[in-house]
Design a protein around this ligand. Structure first.
Ligand code: PLP
Ligand code: LYS
Length: 417
């Protein structure tokens, strides 16, 4: 469990007791390990040593300013999908020149802002977007660096909601027309064609789909060369999976090594990656308090104070996330197979189903691997304040976001009449 370990039957985040944090800051509570985040980013970066490269953290996975700042200090780039994300990078001390801008619906205002601060590259997802970027760049008298996000039509073998590289997905430009679109891009006066980008989905646990996509990208590089279009970088996106249960995904080093082998005959091209989940998922826990246990015939519910508004992955994708007791000391309790459910008024409000646990009301549970797509997807549904976020570094714990106050819930709302 990485930097979360039991010591004398008590769960620790690095060197800090999770029970102590839960008591001090209340629950639900997100806890992250700084050293794990650094270790994971460095695993990508170091595996790329010897080759011109940039590891752009896909910040949608966890966009807390402290997380971004830790990575910015290591030299990370960032993959963004909105102006909000761009402003966060800047607020966290990130370098705009290391930002790649993905996303299918970039507005004129977003494009203008990205040009103004000088992002590294736009990952263009459609032909109309290409024209729009050219127009905005012309108006601002700039040249926009672009890379086309190619949809290679490869099955990522992941949950359909997080697969992005197949024909029926809204993302990227179809492989069949890519060459023609590159030709058009190179004719447009205010664009500079920089690279090829490809991201086929998230939580991939096998190398094969990545390697198939890489083959298609490299075939396109060759076709472009023949047309006299010389690109400078290849961006292989993110998507590397993590272990939630018993998956055994490749490590970042294995993944990078396999891609580097593919591109060894293209030594002049800089290599970019956009990992999100692999950097932060297992850096985080969501801690929750058991309010009640409810038993009815064969149905056993552990009713906790964290809901789908705090962590939506189980409800949205039926994701399986490990749930463990924070203290194993009280486990004299009788064991039952529980559905761990939250306070939200939806039947889909669960964190885990059919989990064998020996727990009592008042105990704390931790949902593991919650560092990615946890807080970032949280909402205020049922007027529930978003939880606090804590960053642990060795034996120190920092509040990196306060729990929302009730008054935050209606900030900006106005009475009429
Ligand atoms: C364009 C792009 N890049 C990178 C990522 C990061 O993916 P992951 O968190 O699976 O590494 C995503 C999300 O799937 C994405 O849409
Ligand atoms: N939100 C998803 C991943 C989406 C990746 C973004 N394209 C998850 O929680 O697994």
């Amino acid at each position: 469990m990485n930097n979360f370990k039991y010591l004398n039957q008590e769960l620790f985040a690095e060197n800090v007791s999770v029970t102590q944090l839960a008591k001090q800051f209340g629950t639900p509570l997100y806890i992250y390990s700084k050293n794990y985040i650094e270790q994971q980013w460095l695993a990508f970066d170091q595996a790329l040593a010897g080759r011109k490269h940039l590891v752009c953290y896909a910040m949608k996975a966890n966009s807390n300013l402290a997380v971004l700042n830790i990575l910015a200090k290591l030299g990370a780039g960032f993959d963004i999908v909105s102006q909000g994300e761009l402003e966060r990078v800047l607020a966290a001390g990130g370098d705009a020149g290391k930002v790649v801008f993905s996303g299918v619906a970039k507005t004129e205002a977003e494009i203008a802002r990205a040009l103004e601060v000088g992002v590294r590259c736009f990952n263009v997802e459609s032909i109309p977007e290409l024209y729009r970027i050219n127009e905005v760049a012309k108006r601002l008298n700039k040249k926009a660096p672009v890379s086309l996000r190619i949809n290679p039509d490869v099955d990522a073998k992941t949950h359909p909601y997080i697969s992005t590289g197949m024909k029926e997905n809204k993302f990227g430009i179809s492989y069949e027309i890519a060459l023609e679109v590159y030709k058009e891009a190179s004719r447009l006066s205010h664009l500079s064609v920089e690279g090829i980008d490809c991201h086929i989905g998230s939580q991939l646990t096998e190398l094969t789909p990545f390697l198939d996509a890489a083959d298609r990208v490299l075939a396109l590089v060759d076709s472009l060369e023949k047309e006299g279009i010389h690109i400078h970088h290849l961006d292989f996106g993110g998507g590397l999976g993590v272990c939630y249960n018993d998956e055994v995904p490749p490590t970042p080093a294995e993944f990078v090594k396999a891609i580097l082998k593919k591109v060894e005959n293209y030594p002049h091209l800089e290599i970019l990656f956009e990992p999100g989940r692999a950097i932060v998922a297992n850096a985080g826990l969501l801690v929750t308090h058991i309010e009640y246990l409810k038993h009815h015939e064969d149905n056993h519910f552990a009713i906790v104070d964290a809901g789908m508004n705090d962590l939506i992955r189980p409800a949205l994708y039926e994701s399986w996330m490990k749930i463990i007791p924070v203290s194993q000391k009280t486990n004299q309790a009788q064991s039952y197979v529980y559905n761990v459910v939250g306070p939200v008024c939806e039947s889909s409000d669960f964190l885990g189903k059919q989990r064998e646990l020996a727990v009592e009301a008042g105990d704390y549970l931790a949902v593991c691997s919650a560092g990615a797509y946890g807080f970032g997807m949280a909402s205020n549904y049922n007027s529930r304040p978003k939880p606090a976020e804590i960053m642990v570094d060795g034996n120190k714990a920092y509040v990196i976001r306060q729990r929302e106050k009730y008054t935050d819930l209606w900030a900006g709302e106005q009475l009429i009449g």
